[in-house]
Design a protein around this ligand. Structure first.
Ligand code: UDP
Length: 487
């Protein structure tokens, strides 16, 4: 049976939309390069995997699922297996609970070793950077563990630095956290530090476990990062120097259709089915002028309070630009009438000029349309990378997690973003909105030009011969070497 086998990789994504989407895209890419892959997840997250499994079966790719239930954890509501299902204060507990999968993984690995059927034992494990502890599991099994960073290299480095110097770094006397070891001085206000850093409590065992786990990332065999060379070469080189481990930029990780102009006018599902009629929607976009529409969306989790919505609506009324605004319902447990309610008559007054999408938008379709000229975003890394790749400059409103880091990268270092607002509960200022929109849509504006340059660079990176393409080839050839050694 061995003769027919291909190098087999175990993939372990962290179950949050923004983490799973790019790692599943990478899984698809690696399968196209001739690897077999097993994706591990829990029953509740299985549906996130289904589109990939379906694609694999129609394309004849070697991808299978390994579904292992998560044992109940004290303190976590039963059945909580995804970041989207829990409040922030339970975040560490959820991360910690996944450690319970270590034994079942070992058991499964032994079964693979002893069987003549199936993919055979994996030669390495690729797991999300929130699952640093898998380094210990992989080491026990005698296989290398590779970290997958669903974020950019700047963020990956800040995390590296934060956990290396935790808790000292967060305990400085002033309100600022100064990150050491970067190629240039970087500091953030304490409230801007990723939620992980803020949740840490000294001598709390769960916090200590998270610190231990995050620090294992840097010991791992190598790093795969969803970025590309022309975007973050400085930080990638730096991470490589400091960690002493290989760093492969493999992004932007998207479904191949995004890079194919012929296919781009069809809905490409990201995470969930969209809630609009595609042809009516495209007709509307087609009727707008080139780069004239602002797209507004805050990712898969953030939702605006009525006060924020009201001010945003006033800002949109005061400018003349067309817009698409995605309004998300509040997660269960939050009062529905306090979030996402538009001022009376707003939709009627904006008819023809603005489109409201309640639910899930076809973000890639929108960003790739020539009428879209700007994106007001919370700066989640996927949205950031999607916008850059599709040549759309951003207006930044970071709210949580790594979004403050990404916004800094966009505005100050890459110069492809304009600052607008900050903070999950901050009420934006309608005048700031006017200023940001005017600046962004200015034809001669720096951000618009940078977006075009970076978009070209992103496409070249993933084409045959491009840096990310070559990095994927280099990574695959390392895996093939491991396979030959093991056979
Ligand atoms: N997304 C989408 N439609 C929506 C909202 C989000 O397709 O209405 C996709 C978006 O394209 C991106 C992901 O969901 O790929 C959101 O990830 P991001 O890292 O930007 O933010 P998060 O949801 O993790 O805060």
């Amino acid at each position: 049976a061995n003769i027919e086998r291909r190098p087999h990789v175990l993939v372990f994504p962290f179950p949050a939309q923004g983490h799973m989407i790019p790692l599943l895209d990478l899984t698809h890419t690696l399968a196209c390069h001739g690897l077999s892959l097993t994706v591990l997840t829990t029953p509740q997250n299985q549906s996130l995997l289904d589109p990939l499994l379906h694609k694999a079966s129609t394309e004849g790719l070697s991808i299978q699922a390994l579904i292992i239930p998560l044992p109940p954890t004290e303190g976590l509501p039963p059945g909580c297996e995804n970041l989207a299902q829990i409040p922030l204060h339970l975040f560490f507990l959820l991360m910690h609970s996944f450690k319970e999968l270590a034994h079942p993984i070992e058991h499964w690995f032994q079964q693979q070793k002893n069987s003549d059927y199936g993919f055979g034992p994996p030669v390495c494990m690729i797991s999300d950077f929130f699952l640093g502890w898998t380094y210990d599991t992989a080491t026990k099994l005698g296989i290398p563990r590779i970290v997958f960073h669903p974020c950019g290299a700047f963020d990956a480095f800040l995390h590296y630095s934060l956990w290396k110097y935790m808790p000292g770094l967060m305990e400085s006397d002033d309100d600022k956290v100064h990150f050491p070891e970067l190629p240039h001085p970087v500091s953030f206000a304490k409230h801007q530090i990723s939620s992980l850093g803020q949740l840490y409590k000294r001598s709390d065992p769960v916090s200590e476990f998270i610190r231990y786990s995050m620090n294992l990332n840097v010991k791992s065999w190598g790093n795969l990062i969803n970025t590309f060379n022309d975007l973050e070469a400085v930080y990638m080189d730096h991470l490589h120097r400091v960690s002493g481990r290989p760093v492969w930029s493999v992004g932007p990780l998207f479904p191949p259709a995004v890079f194919d102009p012929k296919q781009r006018r069809t809905m490409i599902e990201r995470g969930k089915p969209t809630t609009i009629n595609e042809s009516v929607f495209l007709q509307w976009l087609d009727s707008r002028g080139e780069k004239s529409v602002i797209y507004i969306c805050f990712g898969s989790q953030a939702c605006l309070s009525n006060k924020q919505v009201e001010e945003m609506a006033a800002g949109l009324e005061a400018t003349e630009e067309s817009f698409i605004w995605v309004i998300r319902d509040p997660p269960s447990g939050m009062p529905a009438d306090e979030y996402g309610v538009l001022p009376q008559g707003f939709e009627d007054r904006m008819e023809g000029r603005g489109l409201i999408i309640r639910g899930w938008a076809p973000q890639l379709l929108i960003l790739s349309h020539p009428s879209v000229g700007g994106f007001l975003s919370h700066c989640g890394w996927n949205s950031t990378l999607e916008s850059i790749t599709l040549g759309v400059p951003l207006i930044t409103w970071p709210m949580a997690a790594d979004q403050y880091y990404n916004a800094r990268l966009l505005v100050e270092y890459l110069k492809v973003g304009v600052r607008f607002c900050e903070g999950a509960t901050t009420v934006p200022d309608r005048d700031d909105w006017r200023i940001a929109v005017k600046r962004l849509l200015a034809r001669e504006g720096e951000e618009m030009k940078r977006a075009e340059e970076l978009s070209k660079a992103a496409r070249i990176a993933v084409q045959e011969g491009g840096t990310s393409y070559r990095n994927i080839e280099a990574f695959v050839s390392e895996i093939k070497k491991l396979f030959l050694q093991a056979s």
